[in-house]
Design a protein. Structure first.
Length: 549
């Protein structure tokens, strides 16, 4: 998919890339629609392979197809690999796996009477159908939008110092959010009796303060991009690096890795956007990130299982036979799609897309408002998990399927895929070059959150990236300055007997008389010099005299 230099010409698609994308689409379609004779394991790996081929058709093609490639990576994980960890297992293996869980985890995963949690091959096939078709619709819509939507002319460049200053302000706001969450935690939680419960309390009780804390993520990115723009010396990067390390350290009590991962995404976008690294190093960093997620999940499991973190326990939890458990909890979306389908008749959840409209209303005004599809699903099916303040992140596919069926999944995912590309083409690629990596990373994060988890909470946590960029859009060049309405000349220091200032004003007036402006002109001067100045300016000039002299 090679883009020509002239944006008005049609996009040229190379034969190998087209063939790769066509084969990938056919494989996903087959895995989605094949009958019961196709084994669940085979179906899952076909979904992985199909989305990998679709992604490969976009990687390295051109800037036009960067967002489809990013979307493809997300779909490989949540529509492909997620299916491989949800393949039905023998009861003996399930029992052995359950024996490794803590009592709290067992209670959280125990369903209410009458609900089904054992995956049937039929429900796996159905989940494969809606997930595969939805993911394919998102990918094809993104490719179509990438081919058809033209990137507009880039915005006027902002001074690097202005972008850097904006980033520092956002970082400061983020630290204020962190401080508020820590104060709330300190006042309500100390002394800490249960380590894991304290982590959950910090995360849940300080949710909106932590959304404000997220403002620091795009802030750090803008700060660094400002340094890049003015060719700062290496030592100047030390301060944002130290601040970022402090930011992550202060948020350790949340027990969440999202802040560190978010900073890593921004850093990766900056490195790629400034062509500091290539695709190979990017792939290596992504692999390192995957290993990091597994290792930190082992630490989380140790904290939740035995209420402490020990070296021996960590080593035991990162053994090869534990890898599936370490990663399955991170990519459980396919499993939740299966369970939603199997228990559809018993869930009785109101349309979550309609309920989403009430999300901004404070709970003090509307105490019975829905907290999102995932929260409602968890409350009805896993009441013990709700008691532990746990809410399972049901994916957009299952939420759309429950409310609108397979056709709704296809439409909603197609809209999501095309919207991601349109925003990337019309905003990210229109932004000043220093700001483009930050906006592109924001688009990725929002799509990642929406595909992975229930829509209501995804929008809340995406707000921590989107809102600061919207607020600062004019300062960093995403929006142009407002159009000029009139020209105002400040002549308040002109004296009745013209000195240098008076003579200069007379020259300006003569220049405007000889070459009039299209905009209205207003002169602000003392009343005792109005008559003399009026003679120097065009007849249609407006005069304002707020001072006597």
């Amino acid at each position: 998919m090679t883009e020509t230099l002239n944006k008005t010409e049609p996009v040229r698609i190379s034969v190998p890339r087209f063939a790769c994308g066509a084969i990938g689409s056919a494989i996903v379609l087959f895995a989605s629609l094949a009958g019961p004779s196709l084994q669940p394991t085979t179906r899952a790996w076909l979904l992985v392979g199909g989305f990998l081929l679709l992604t490969g058709a976009c990687v390295g093609a051109s800037r036009r197809f960067v967002m489809p490639a990013i979307l493809g990576v997300i779909l490989v994980v949540f529509c492909g690999l997620s299916a491989t960890v949800a393949v039905p297992e023998p009861l003996e293996k399930l029992a052995a796996r359950a024996a490794t869980l803590s009592q709290e985890d067992i209670e959280a995963s125990t369903p209410r009477a009458g609900f089904k949690i054992i995956t049937s091959e039929e429900s796996f096939r159905y989940a494969g159908m809606v997930t595969g078709l939805g993911g394919l619709a998102a990918m094809l819509a993104a490719l179509l939008a990438a081919a058809l939507v033209a990137a507009p002319d880039r915005r006027l460049q902002r001074r690097p110092g202005r972008i850097e200053r904006t980033g520092k302000i956002l970082v400061l706001v983020g630290f204020i959010g962190v401080a508020g969450a820590l104060i709330r935690f300190g006042v309500t939680q100390f002394p800490v009796e249960n380590l894991w419960d304290s982590f959950k309390s910090f995360w849940i009780g300080g949710t909106f303060l932590l959304v404000i804390a997220t403002f620091a993520v795009p802030g750090f990115a803008l700060w660094v991009q400002g340094l890049v723009g003015r060719s700062a010396q290496r030592r100047e990067y030390l301060l944002p690096a130290l601040c970022a390390a402090l930011f992550v350290a202060l948020l350790i009590p949340t027990g969440q890795r999202g802040f560190l991962i978010a900073l890593a995404v921004m850093l990766l976008a900056i490195l790629l956007g400034n062509r500091i690294i290539g695709l190979r190093i990017t792939a290596a960093l992504v692999v390192a990130g995957v290993v990091f997620i597994g290792a930190t999940q082992a630490i989380r499991n140790e904290a939740s299982g035995v209420n402490q973190i020990t070296l021996g326990g960590f080593i035991e939890r990162v053994q090869p036979d534990q890898w599936k458990d370490l990663y399955s909890s991170q990519i459980a979306s396919f499993k939740w799609t299966i369970l939603v389908d199997q228990n559809r008749d018993r869930l009785d959840i109101d349309n979550s897309f309609v309920q989403l409209l009430a999300k901004p209303v404070p709970r003090s005004i509307y105490p019975e408002k829905s907290q999102g599809f995932g929260a409602e699903f968890t409350r009805r099916m896993f009441p013990n998990a709700t008691k532990q303040n746990v809410s399972f992140a049901t994916p957009l596919v299952s939420e759309a399927d429950y409310n609108f069926g397979p056709v709704g999944v296809v439409i909603i995912l197609a809209l999501l895929g095309s919207a991601a590309v349109v925003v990337d083409r019309r905003i990210a690629q229109k932004a000043p070059s220093l700001v483009e990596p930050v906006v592109a990373a924001t688009v990725f994060w929002v799509i990642f959150e929406i595909v992975r988890g229930d829509l209501a909470n995804a929008l809340v946590f995406s707000a921590g990236w989107v809102i600061p960029l919207v607020i600062c859009s004019r300062a960093i060049g995403l929006r142009r300055d407002p159009a000029l309405k009139k020209v105002v000349i400040d002549a308040l220091q002109a004296a009745p007997r013209f000195s240098g200032i008076g003579r200069r004003l007379a020259d300006i007036g003569a220049s405007l008389s000889a070459d009039p402006l299209e905009l209205p002109v207003e002169v602000r001067c003392p009343r005792d010099v109005e008559a003399e100045l009026r003679a120097c300016f065009p007849l249609n000039t407006t005069f304002a005299t707020p001072l006597a002299s």
